[in-house]
Design a protein around this ligand. Sequence first.
Ligand code: FMN
Ligand code: ATP
Length: 283
Amino acid sequence: MEMKKSSSILVNKNTITSIAIGGFDGMHVAHQELFKNLDENGAIVSIESGYANLTPKRYRQEYSIYPIYYYVLDSIKHLEGDLFVKLLNEEFPKLKKIVVGYDFCFGKNRRYCTEKLKELFDGVVVVIDEIKVENIPVHSRVIREYLKDGDIQMANKLLGKEYKIYGQQITGQGLGAKNFVPTINLKVKEFLLPKEGVYITKTILDNKEYNSITFLGHRVTTDGSYAVETHILDEEIKENNYTTQIKFIKKIRDNQKFESFEELKNQILKDINLTKDYFINIY
Ligand SMILES: Cc1cc2nc3c(=O)[nH]c(=O)nc-3n(C[C@H](O)[C@H](O)[C@H](O)COP(=O)(O)O)c2cc1C
Ligand SMILES: Nc1ncnc2c1ncn2[C@@H]1O[C@H](COP(=O)(O)OP(=O)(O)OP(=O)(O)O)[C@@H](O)[C@H]1O
């Protein structure tokens, strides 16, 4: 099936014949499994709780070819089951198929679940059994715990891709280039940040991807403030105003307090060598 990425702004709801329903923060492996059951006029119905921080609303469309329509949880959660289904039928008049996961519940007090949906909806209801990766159930909340723990590799397995955040470049303390190595400092909003520490990463600037190393955390050795700083390997990068994207690959070590700038600098150089070795060995 040859398909281009659709934006919900451009796709008329009257053409939609199948939908997948849920929160869809992360657009992870299990979410993608649901989408596989959509037909070519499929769409994603994303119920916004306001807590999404793996793929905040405006970054979600990137991860599916199906158009995403957003609904605010607070405005629909009071509905009785029949009214919820009625709303879907009104929103999508040609709707024939609904895809949800085994634990999908809806309506007032989440009282209605998959069996009730089958009863109430006049069409096909596909219910996907719990998806696991290496025996670990795939859920946004599970992925968040791995990220908070610094276990990027496990988080990435459940995501089915590298965890990626977006940030805006800001000016740092101005110490980096002089005393350590040059870094791009980022202000990150909306996204969950992994545990404090040093990570092997890739950084995307102006659509170009670079191998990089990223420090996240309180700069306990210098001014104590929280920072997200990326050093691009093997290239001289001028600071610019581009929105910067960071893909996390692997944690190297925890954040540490050093007795002197000298010791911190030595450690940073070691971290960089380890990261370079990583990239040499995977290519
Ligand atoms: C690879 C790397 C590892 C770092 N590790 C630590 C660390 O363990 N502890 C710490 O206090 N700061 C660490 N830093 C942050 C430095 O303190 C920071 O780069 C320096 O304060 C310069 O900041 P500036 O770019 O705002 O001038 C690290 C930075 C990099 C690039
Ligand atoms: N592991 C899974 N296996 C099968 N279906 C799933 C799985 N995880 C989520 N789903 C389904 O995907 C849709 C979106 O669910 P939801 O956004 O609650 O995902 P989640 O990752 O479980 O999030 P959370 O951890 O916040 O509950 C729902 O229909 C849900 O039943």
